[in-house]
Design a protein. Structure first.
Length: 689
């Protein structure tokens, strides 16, 4: 919300200095009473007029306020205090100075001449040839100036011929001039802005920039408070090459933690001669602790909208957008879900063949013990309706109940085995001519599996440094899964649930966990140091669905899979996932990454992604405050398979004591753009954006 510092200063004047009080006593040095105390080098009390006159090092205190001056007179009967000569009023770190002041504590009126006010924590300064407090609590400032910069030569300031202020609403200025140093750069004949502590509607400082495809652009935001639990941000987006767009971001909060955001953007694209836009919504409705609804809407007017107008990193080349609605009802051992999913596939020529799930009902039974036996039951079940404009559609019922036996032989050995039955039934429509599909078909496929694991650990005492103890745990594991082969040629294919695998596979692996006990000041903390998992499988028959592996299904050995995560330091993390083809003696996929963050504004992250014959790219991110007052940032994504950068972003922020400016330059294939945003400390708040 804009002008929050001016708010605090004026509320300070209204509530801390000029509030009426009932004063009844003032005695000779020191003069004390129930509500007011007067101290000075000399104090005279006119008994007839009941006037207390103080001279020399005058100090008046009341209700946490302190006033010092060279001279002061207090007319007790009228509740009027007159102070002259270097008048200084303080409460806490807030200070108001003037050449003279007059306060009427009974009516609430007051004047401060040649006044300058400041709030210590914010460094905000406001001055006026005269500050008048009216009986109704409003203010009038004549010849006023406002800044949050250090005096006497501020980097910027606002000057106003007059300023009428309602501490509970708006300040209205007339003949305002914005100065950089002492140079006037902007004149406004009239301006109203909010000053209350609560959120208040008002204009925010515009963003300006340039894009190769959109031309020069300026974004003018307006913040609107609708209710204590609702607000909105409106944007007027002017683009020289595309036209004028309007944007909306609406936020709301409801009872029991329900909340949501609704946003939209609409522009008449001049070169294409048509309206284009986007609608986005995220909603969470909590009806009770065990019943909630979530909705995510992502809709665009056309398939190229995000490519032309997308602002966020990776948004312009998004492959698809999903609109989903999900309802969840839970009990102690069961969960019921209802889902809708509408997908826009931007990589397809049209969206007519894109599969939509409208709707899907699911029931899950959480693992629960059967009586007092070592057997446990769980189940997954869904009923789905699949739709698309062109192609096979229909309904599917999927049920997969399982019974698991869990046992252990002592401290170091854990075993479990399960048996289940996949049951699928279909009602298929729009079957292509010459297809093997049947309109009504079903599939029954049993599945068996077992897991055997152990846990071996040891704690080592460490001498020296912050690390006091080291705990190493090794978890060897072997698992087996079996499912017989079934004819699936007459089944439609909607997703991988429609193609349960014939498998007879053993997986074996080992996990290594390393943790430490560290001294942190006067206390101890436990922290993970590394996690490493090595895994491989052997397929005696059947097939596998390893999406990242390049191993031929006819070869029994799977890729060797390595997953690792290492904390080199609490602020440094190294990750590495890789799959190695033992037949071709080469890496099938790899995703190493490193993250460093000193929690002081300096961070670096880098990651590499390789999936052989599919994709290979590098992504890096850097941010630093080492060149204070500059904060510099760099982000890049480079595609090796395309031999070029997917996106590069350069950013810089220059932060002064009382202002800052942000620059951002984006390079994308076929487009480049930059944005500039200017902020005045204490007077602007763009956090909503």
């Amino acid at each position: 919300m804009p002008f929050i510092i001016l708010l605090r200063l004026l509320v300070f004047l209204a509530c801390l200095i000029l509030l009426p009080i009932n004063s009844s006593n003032a005695e000779n040095s020191p003069a004390t009473g129930k509500d007011i105390s007067v101290k000075a080098d000399s104090i005279n009390h006119d008994q007839t007029e009941d006037i207390v006159t103080a001279d020399g090092n005058v100090e008046v205190t009341w209700e946490g306020n302190r006033l010092t001056a060279e001279k002061a007179s207090y007319i007790r009967a009228k509740g009027v205090l007159i102070a002259t000569g270097n008048v200084i009023m303080t409460k806490g770190e807030n200070v108001l100075r003037g050449s003279s002041a007059l306060f009427n504590f009974q009516t609430g009126q007051g004047d401060v001449n040649n006044a300058t006010g400041s709030i210590g924590l914010s460094n905000a300064m406001i001055s006026g040839s005269k500050i008048t407090r009216n009986a109704d609590g409003t203010f009038k400032l004549n010849g006023s100036e406002l800044t949050t910069c250090n005096a006497p030569t501020p980097s910027w300031k606002f000057g106003a011929e007059s300023l009428d202020v309602n501490p509970e609403g708006y300040a209205i200025g007339r003949n305002l001039i914005f100065y950089v140093k002492d140079v006037p750069v902007l004149y406004l004949p009239w301006m109203a802005f909010p000053i209350v502590r609560e959120r208040k509607s008002g204009l925010l400082i515009p963003d300006i920039g340039y894009s190769k495809t959109r031309g020069a652009k300026i974004n003018i935001p307006f913040y609107l408070v609708i209710a204590p639990n609702q607000d909105a941000l409106f944007n007027l987006d002017i683009q020289s090459k595309r036209g004028v767009g309007t944007g909306l971001d609406y936020r709301y909060a409801r009872k029991r933690g329900s909340e949501g955001i609704f946003g939209g953007y609409l522009i008449y694209d001049s070169p294409q001669g048509r309206w284009r836009g986007q609608v986005v919504q995220n909603h969470k409705e909590v009806h009770s602790p065990d019943l909630n609804l979530r909705m995510n809407v992502n809709l665009t007017s056309d398939r190229n909208f995000l490519q032309d107008f997308g602002e966020l990193n990776g948004e312009y080349n998004r492959q698809s957008s999903d609109t989903t609605v999900n309802a969840l009802k839970t009990w102690q051992h069961y969960a019921l879900t209802a889902n809708l999913r509408y997908t826009e596939n931007y990589y397809a020529t049209t969206n007519t063949e894109t599969l939509q799930t409208l709707p899907e009902i699911g029931l899950a039974a959480v693992r629960q013990q059967l009586l007092s036996s070592p057997f446990y039951f769980d189940m997954d079940a869904t009923a789905s309706n699949f739709y698309r404009e062109t192609g096979t559609t229909g309904q599917r019922l999927y049920v997969f109940p399982r019974v698991t036996a869990v046992t252990g032989t002592g401290k170091y050995l854990h075993a479990s085995a399960y048996a289940g039955m996949r049951m699928q039934a279909y009602n298929t429509s729009n079957i292509p001519a010459g297809s093997n599909l049947n309109s009504n078909e079903s599939l029954f496929q049993p599945e068996l599996g077992a897991t055997l694991s152990s846990s071996l650990s040891k704690v080592y005492g460490i001498q020296g440094g912050n690390l006091k103890k080291l705990r190493h745990e090794i978890i060897p594991e072997i698992s087996y899964s079996y499912a017989p082969e079934r004819d699936q040629s007459r089944l439609p294919f909607y997703d991988f649930y429609d193609r349960p695998l014939h498998q007879n596979t053993i997986y074996y692996g080992v996990t290594s966990l390393l943790g430490g006990k560290f001294e942190a000041g006067s206390s101890m903390e436990y922290r993970d140091i590394s996690r490493l998992r090595l895994l491989q499988g052997y397929s005696m028959e059947g097939s596998r669905r390893d999406l990242l592996t390049m191993v031929d299904d006819q070869r029994p050995l799977t890729d060797v899979i390595l997953e690792s995560e290492t904390w080199l330091h609490p602020q440094a993390r190294l990750t590495f996932d890789a799959r190695y083809n033992v037949y071709d003696n080469r890496v099938s996929s790899a995703t190493p990454g490193v993250e460093l963050d000193d929690k002081m504004g300096n961070s670096v992250a880098a990651s590499y992604r390789l999936s052989r014959n599919f994709v290979e790219y590098f992504e890096g991110r850097l941010s630093t405050k080492l060149l204070n007052p500059w904060t510099l940032g760099y982000t890049a994504r480079y595609s090796f398979d395309r031999s070029g950068f997917l996106e590069t972003v350069y950013s810089a922020e220059y932060r002064h004591q009382c202002w800052s400016v942000n620059f951002a330059y984006h390079e994308r294939p076929g487009n480049h753009s930059f944005n500039v945003n200017f902020n005045l400390a204490g007077l602007t708040d763009n956090s909503f954006k």
